[in-house]
Ligand binder design. Structure first.
Ligand code: TRP
Length: 525
């Protein structure tokens, strides 16, 4: 394996001529990603070690990779081996749970800030997809059209610009969803939604409960909000948090939600067994402040949830800039998934930062630096073979391989990936998209041989995994969506109550006053 810690790191600032900026510290949160600016105005590369310390997250170590291989029987994912995913919270716990009880839920998301996605957006999704295949577990993908609308409006000092209305962000979300689907997610195990379309029912009940546990001071502290931030954006975070709770998506586990038009009485309570299923979130580290808030409150829910586990990535290196990330607003900073083969070639050749030397002679003599070479870095995201990658690095270092040759190799690999993506993307029409967005029971296998399979352990433990088998059952148990015994009793009582009310129109006025629903017979009275 080639020097792992350096791969994925943006080029060092001193090696680039950048426009001068005022000195400032590095700032990373969901709304800001910027490297430190030093005295002479150079933007420095993001200091990920410092971030680990500041955020209080754990580094992903060789032991984790070994444990991953042990539990899944598959090699650790290349993006973990190459340390693009470099840090975590409780990743070991999710592996333990999976080993013992056999299942968990994956959750990730995207803020649809524009209709087009670039390579930097797709790589984390690709990772999530491959993790889903390795573990064979259900996955939810949240598109935060509401967040991006509110954020854009906040950024524009409260004005709503043309092309940045609610409908526009919903539209971006749809375009992004088609791109995400084209990465090859399995429709049987994957649910994708936008907030504007899906929020309601148990998801919204969880949201309210969660909102009640975050004070304004806490939101300001975590996200850098000020007195002029709009209240929608301030409240938004609760939604991104409860999206990690399987209990927000009863339909996916074969249990009834409580929504129009039928308001199934069996869904009048949130389903406790779902609160036992643990979740793993793969995401870039700028999202960590949300999930710190989440983890601190999981056990304060009416139905306590296990602390959500995280696996965190660095930012993908921009074609030329240090200290920042690829940006959809700068066409030359990124390879777009809609770029043609020749655009890819030109962008890499013209704009990809090179770790090579000034002249051919110098390069041959002193060798290049693959660690800051963007073409090499991109190759590290896609080449499966560690040996092949190590060979490229060695040849580059020794001067045997030239920048142009490295770029050549990278261009070929990216053209292959983007080309295959575009072929699949052409097949994703509106009805394919809608299929992924339909709340429905997902089907997955989970761990084929858990050490404590569902129902075998006998004890009702507090352990998160215990219920995981109970509630989700790897898609096998509760296939009928009947819920637990207690739940069935409660639902029966609720149904009986409703029936009674329906049969006695006199009580109706009172019932409505109390905020209950009008019984079906209300017209008749
Ligand atoms: N806030 C994220 C963004 O702007 C979108 C998002 C929602 C997300 N839920 C997530 C990202 C979970 C990672 C994991 O991109």
């Amino acid at each position: 394996m080639a020097s792992p810690s350096a791969v994925g790191a943006p080029p060092k600032a001193e090696e680039l001529q950048e426009e001068k900026k005022k000195p400032s510290g590095q700032q990373i949160d969901p709304y800001n990603v910027a490297g430190e600016v030093d005295e002479s105005g150079n933007i420095k590369a993001i200091d990920y070690d410092r971030l680990i310390q500041e955020f209080g997250v754990q580094p992903l170590t060789e032991d984790h990779l070994k444990r991953f291989e042990q539990v899944t029987g598959k090699p650790a994912h290349r993006l973990m081996r190459r340390k693009l995913f470099f840090s975590h919270r409780d990743f070991d716990k999710i592996l333990d749970t999976y080993e013992q009880y056999g299942t968990f839920m994956l959750y990730t998301g995207r803020g649809p800030s524009s209709g087009s996605m670039h390579l930097g957006h797709t790589v984390p999704f690709l990772f999530t997809k491959e993790l889903q295949e390795m573990f064979d577990v259900p996955l939810v993908i949240m598109l935060t059209d509401d967040e991006k609308y509110l954020y854009t409006r906040s950024k524009n000092d409260g004005t709503q610009k043309k092309g940045a209305g609610v409908e526009d962000f919903l539209q971006f979300a749809h375009e992004n969803i088609k791109d995400i689907i084209a990465l090859g997610f399995d429709p049987n195990k994957t649910f994708i939604y936008t907030d504007y379309e899906f929020l309601g029912g148990h998801f919204y009940w969880n949201t309210s409960e969660f909102e009640s546990m975050i004070t304004l001071n806490q939101a300001q502290g975590a996200f850098g909000f000020g007195g002029s931030t709009n209240i929608g954006l301030i409240a938004y975070g609760a939604k991104q948090c409860v999206a990690a709770f399987p209990s927000s998506y009863p339909d996916l586990f074969g249990l009834p939600d409580y929504r129009a038009p039928d308001y199934n009485p069996q869904g009048m309570r949130r389903h406790k067994p779902l609160s036992k299923i643990p979740t793993l979130i793969p995401c870039a580290i700028d999202q960590e402040p949300y999930f710190r808030i989440l983890r601190d409150r999981c056990d304060r829910m009416t139905d306590p949830h296990p602390k959500t586990c995280l696996i965190l990535s660095k930012f993908l290196t921009a074609l030329q800039g240090p200290g920042g990330k690829m940006s959809a607003s700068d066409a030359n900073s990124a390879i777009f998934m809609s770029d043609t083969a020749s655009q890819i070639k030109n962008k890499i050749n013209r704009h990809a930062f090179s770790g090579g030397r000034e002249s051919l002679e110098e390069h041959r003599q002193l060798g290049g630096n693959p660690d800051v070479d963007v073409a090499y870095t991109y190759l590290s995201y896609f080449l499966e073979s560690d040996d092949e990658l190590a060979e490229l690095a060695a040849k580059y270092r020794s001067g045997e391989m030239l920048t142009g040759e490295m770029k050549q190799r990278c261009i070929a690999e990216l053209q292959k990936f983007v080309g295959a993506f575009q072929e699949r993307r052409a097949q994703v029409d509106h009805s394919v998209m809608r299929e992924y967005m339909r709340p429905r029971k997902l089907v997955w296998g989970g761990n084929p041989s858990p050490t404590k399979p569902a129902g075998k352990s006998g004890e009702e433990g507090k352990d998160c995994g215990e219920g995981a088998g109970d509630g989700a059952g790897g898609g096998e148990k509760r296939a009928d969506g009947r819920g637990t015994k207690g739940e069935r009793k409660a639902a029966k009582r609720a149904a009986q109550k409703e029936e009674k009310l329906a049969a006695r129109p006199k009580q109706q006025a009172q019932q409505q006053k109390q905020g209950g629903e009008a019984p079906a017979s209300s017209e008749a009275s």
